[in-house]
Design a protein around this ligand. Sequence first.
Ligand SMILES: Cc1ncc(C[n+]2csc(CCOP(=O)(O)OP(=O)(O)O)c2C)c(N)n1
Length: 351
Amino acid sequence: MEQNYPIKRIIDDKGILVDESYEQTINEELVKDLYYNMLRIRTYDRKSINLQRQGRLGTYAPFEGQEAAQVGSALALEENDWVFPTYRDHGATLTFGKSMTRTFLYWNGRVEGCVPPEGRNIFPPAVPIATQLPHAAGAAWAEKLRGTKNASIAYFGDGATSEGDFHEGLNFASVFKVPVVFFNQNNGYAISVPMEKQMNSKTIAQKSVAYGMPGVRIDGNDCLAVYFETKKAFDRARNGDGPTLIEAVTWRKGAHTTADDPSKYRPAEQGQHIVDPMERMELFMKNYGYWDEQWIEEMKEKTMNEVEEAVEEMENYPAPNVEDVFDHVYAVMPKQLAEQKESYLAHLERR
Ligand SMILES: Cc1ncc(C[n+]2csc(CCOP(=O)(O)OP(=O)(O)O)c2C)c(N)n1
């Protein structure tokens, strides 16, 4: 089965174009856009870990190593598409237009951190594994019924494919032929559980067969391959050809979250041979004349400034409204919760 799903690449580890059919399609604007967005989200990701270590941010789920998968897929979307991320896909949502300040606020447990900018369809990050897949299929179905060309994307890890919601989401999407792209980032682990201990499938892409939809396996560290393959899947969706399952094979360099220690379950040498996605793009840019030292320096400064300003804004954000804890759970607040809220507010007044 594995041989039916060869990993698609456009550039190899040394930054050489290995699929020449893209020679005319790749241009400076696209290459710089992909690189800039990877740089931007990596700067955000590293800053988040530092802030967490300093006690200025809550528990954080890093994505370093997965930048190509997140940026390549998010840049393939159109403005009115729907994004259903997990807790690890802030790189994708930032690329799609979510504010960095609000992304930091999310990690400090603020409800404001779940609010997308006006005109952007971004769902709050799903922490319960795989629950966002049926949601993405539902949003896509709604767009189909409305007769639009909008589509949706669901992000999820390899572990999510062992959940019922994964199968329900794919089955529904396939039966109703809805415009959705199921975008898997396969980093080989669900926290500490390696892929071979939770499934007998050698690939995630092959799971598409059961649902009668195309399955595509790509090198998730090749930003160009991710971008063009996701675009193709969206083209199919918009043309009424239904869903696609994409498996982007990648590597999470760091811990599952800042509360995790991967040295307890991952051999130190594992993943060492994998060429970093940004490094690979840098090699490609140097090989084909896209590398511009002055532009890189300007972009580094721009991203650093953006991150510092967002941190300042997050730290000076108005204090949280305690009532939010009670107000957003039920459409109609149950009696016990109303009593708890009342009692807590009375407690605040007595202080
Ligand atoms: C329904 C559910 N079960 C268990 C958990 C605990 N949990 C949090 S992250 C995680 C692993 C998910 O792995 P994967 O889907 O591969 O995504 P990754 O974190 O590697 O990006 C688990 C089991 C959860 N959040 N939700």
